[in-house]
Design a protein around this ligand. Sequence first.
Ligand code: GTP
Ligand code: MG
Length: 148
Amino acid sequence: SERSYIMIKPDGVQRNLVGEIIKRFEAKGYKLVGLKMLMVDRGLAEKHYADLSSKPFFSALVDYIISGPVVSMVWEGREVVKMGRTIIGATKPSESAPGTIRGDFCIEVGRNVIHGSDSVESANHEIGLWFPEGVAEYESSQKAWIYE
Ligand code: GTP
Ligand code: MG
């Protein structure tokens, strides 16, 4: 089954949005298989956003991600990468629809509360980077009530 790497950024943690964000993924029907809170070191933040290293905002982005604890998660379910991005909303909060996490809870692109993998390929890469110890392998008792 497909998995996505979802991370509540330091502003999301400080603004007490952890429960609200987890609630949205849980209620949709996705299965939580990895969860931890950690302070990110600069090296890991730079690796995570390596594709953006040439952008003018890169150092501000890394400073933001290491500015406080994050909540690192792996969610599993059908098309969770694409649907996770839909639940999260557009990168710029000015363009993210009400009803999405970014549309509901933030104003600035540099404080946009949450990360979600943008493809199955990058999800697998990010899960390896953030959860080298692996995730929880289990079957949800709700499976038959969520999938036909
Ligand atoms: P992530 O889920 O965090 O990867 O966001 P995204 O996939 O919607 O956007 P992208 O990967 O292009 O950018 C990664 C992050 O960099 C964004 O979520 C923002 O936090 C930050 N970012 C992107 N564009 C800008 C910008 O123009 N200015 C600033 N300050 N930050 C930006
Ligand atoms: Mg991205």
